[in-house]
Design a protein around this ligand. Structure first.
Ligand code: NAD
Length: 456
C-alpha cells in the first residue's frame, strides 16, 4: 500500500460501478474537458510561458488546437467507435454470428513528458476517457508550472475516482508504478521507457511507450531546395528543437549541400531575425541540465551557423553544424535542441545504410521529387511515421496512427487508434440451439475425420 493506492482503489470501485460504460457519460465528460481548457486558455498560455518561454501562438498551434481537435473528434465518434462490430463467420462455425465488443480496459496511468506538456499528458487522457477508462495523469515535473495548473484544473472539475492528476517527479512515478493498472501510457526517453516496461511487467500490465530517437531528414538533389529549407527550419526549431519528431539531422546529397545550407540560413534569419534571442517565437531550453548537455554537443570547429548561447537565459541560437560524422558527440544521442548537423552522401545506398545502422527512428522525412526514391526509402527503412517533402505534420492528422517502432516506441494513438489503445477487443460468437455438428464429439472415426478435413 502506498499514498496513491487509495486513489486507485476509488477509481477501481468507480470503474466497477459501470458508470464509464455509458456513452452519454463519456461524451459529457469530454465536453466538460473541452470547456475547461477553452475557458482557461489565458492561464494555460501563462504557465507554459513561465516554463520555457513558449508563446501563446505556439501553445495554440502545437498543443491546444490539437487537444481541442481530438476532443471534438472523440465526442463525435465515440458512439461509433464503441459499437459492437459484426465480422464474418467461417464455415466451421455456421450457423452462427460473430462480433467484437470494444470494452474499456479499466484503470489507466498516463505519464507525460515536458516538451509539449499539455499535449503529451492530456491527449492520451482523451483517448482513455473516450474508451471508458478511469485515468491518473502524471505530467513531467520538468515543466513545473504547466504540471501544477493541469492538476488544479482537472482535479477541481473532475471526480478523483474518475480523472485525476498527480503532480510529481521520479519519486511519485516510482510509487505509482508499484500499483496494478490496466494500462500504462508513457511518453519520454527510451531509457526511462525500460524502467516503465519493467515495472509494468510485474503486473502484466500492457504499455504504450512513446519514445524518441534520431529522426533523419534525407534531401536529394532533385528536391525543391527552397521549400525544403523552409519546412526543415520550421520543424527543427519549433519549440527550440525540443520536439520528439523534429528532424534530428540532415542527410543531404552532396551536390546540393551548399545551396541547402544557404537557404536554411536565409530562412532562419527570415523568421527569427538576426538575433533569435529577441524573437518572440523562439523557445528556451527547459532547464540548466539540458542546456549543459546541448552546449557539450556543439563542437566549435564544426559550427557553420549560429552557435550563440546564454546560460542565464537558457538560450541556444538556431545552430547548423557540418563536417560531422557518427563519431561526433552530436551524432551519438538524440539532440532534442536547436542544433542541426548536416551530413552528406553521394549514393542513396550509403544514406539508407547509415540510417539502418542506427536504432529505428521515430520519424523520417524525405525531400525529393522522385517517386522511385520515395518508394525505395519508405519501403526499405523502418521508422515510426513521417512525411514526404514536409516535417512533423503527420502527427496532426487524427486519421493516422502516431507512434514509434523498436527503440522509438511500442503501440500508437490519435483518433480511433487512441481509442483502440485503451480498449480490449472482446470477441464473441453466438450459436443457435437448433443445430450441433455430431463430428465434434467422440467416439472419433475415419468418417468423422474425413468430414472434418473437408470442413476445416
Ligand atoms: P523523461 O524520460 O526524462 O521523463 C518523462 C517522464 O518520465 C516524466 O513524467 C518523468 O517524471 C518520468 N520519469 C523520469 N525519470 C523516471 C524514473 N527514473 N522513473 C520513473 N519515471 C521517471 O523524458 P523527457 O526528458 O521528459 O522527454 C524527452 C524524451 O521523450 C525524448 O527522447 C523525446 O524524443 C521523447 N518524447 C517522445 C514523444 C513521443 O510522442 N514519442 C513525445 C515527446 C518526447
Amino acid at each position: 500500500m502506498n499514498q496513491y493506492s487509495e486513489i486507485l482503489e476509488k477509481q477501481q470501485r468507480f470503474f466497477n460501478s459501470n458508470a464509464t460504460k455509458d456513452i452519454q457519460f463519456r461524451k459529457n465528460q469530454l465536453k466538460l474537458f473541452l470547456s475547461i481548457l477553452q475557458k482557461n486558455e489565458a492561464r494555460l498560455d501563462e504557465a507554459i510561458y513561465k516554463d520555457f518561454k513558449k508563446s501563446a501562438f505556439e501553445n495554440f498551434a502545437t498543443e491546444l488546437s490539437l487537444l481541442y481537435g481530438e476532443l471534438k473528434h472523440s465526442i463525435k465518434k465515440v458512439a461509433y467507435w464503441s459499437e459492437k462490430k459484426y465480422v464474418g463467420t467461417n464455415l466451421a462455425n455456421l450457423p452462427g454470428s460473430s462480433y467484437i465488443i470494444p470494452e474499456p480496459l479499466g484503470n489507466t496511468l498516463i505519464i507525460g513528458a515536458w516538451n509539449y506538456p499539455y499535449l503529451l499528458s492530456l491527449h492520451p487522457a482523451i483517448s482513455a476517457l473516450a474508451a471508458g477508462n478511469t485515468v491518473i495523469v502524471k505530467p513531467s515535473e520538468l515543466a513545473m508550472n504547466t504540471g501544477k495548473l493541469m492538476a488544479e484544473l482537472i482535479n477541481s472539475h473532475f471526480a478523483t475516482e474518475y480523472f485525476h492528476v498527480i503532480d510529481g517527479g521520479v519519486e511519485e512515478t516510482t510509487e505509482l508504478l508499484k500499483l496494478k493498472f490496466d494500462k500504462i501510457f508513457y511518453t519520454g526517453s527510451s531509457n526511462v521507457g525500460k524502467i516503465i516496461m519493467k515495472a509494468a511487467a510485474e503486473h502484466l500490465t500492457p504499455v504504450v511507450l512513446e519514445l524518441g530517437g534520431k529522426s533523419p531528414a534525407i534531401v536529394t538533389q532533385n528536391a525543391d531546395i527552397k521549400m525544403t529549407a523552409k519546412r526543415l527550419v520550421w520543424g527543427k526549431f519549433l519549440n527550440g528543437g525540443q520536439t520528439c519528431v523534429a528532424p534530428d539531422y540532415i542527410l543531404a546529397e552532396k551536390s546540393i549541400k551548399s545551396q541547402l545550407v544557404d537557404e536554411i540560413k536565409k530562412q532562419i534569419e527570415k523568421i527569427h531575425g538576426n538575433d533569435p534571442q529577441k524573437s518572440e517565437a523562439f523557445v528556451r531550453i527547459i532547464n540548466p541540465r539540458h542546456f549543459q548537455r546541448l552546449t557539450a554537443l556543439m563542437d566549435p570547429a564544426k559550427i557553420l551557423f549560429g552557435g550563440k548561447t546564454d546560460a542565464t537565459d537558457l538560450y541556444i541560437s538556431p545552430t547548423l553544424m557540418h563536417q560531422v560524422d557518427w563519431n561526433d558527440a552530436v551524432m551519438k544521442e538524440e539532440i532534442f535542441g536547436p542544433i542541426l548537423p548536416i551530413l552528406t552522401w553521394e549514393n542513396l545506398d550509403e544514406a539508407i545504410a547509415q540510417i539502418k545502422a542506427q536504432p529505428k527512428p521515430l520519424a523520417l522525412y524525405l525531400f525529393t521529387s522522385s517517386k522511385k526514391i520515395r518508394d525505395r526509402v519508405f519501403s526499405e527503412v523502418s521508422f515510426g511515421g513521417g512525411a514526404l517533402n514536409e516535417t512533423i505534420m503527420h502527427l496532426a492528422n487524427p486519421n493516422l496512427p502516431f507512434g514509434g517502432v523498436g527503440n522509438s516506441g511500442t503501440g500508437n494513438y490519435h483518433g480511433e487508434y487512441g481509442f483502440a489503445a485503451f480498449s480490449h477487443q472482446k470477441s464473441i460468437i453466438e450459436k443457435p440451439n437448433w443445430f450441433e455438428p455430431f463430428v465434434k464429439y467422440a467416439p472419433y472415426n475415419k468418417f468423422k475425420l474425413s468430414i472434418l478435413k473437408k470442413l476445416l
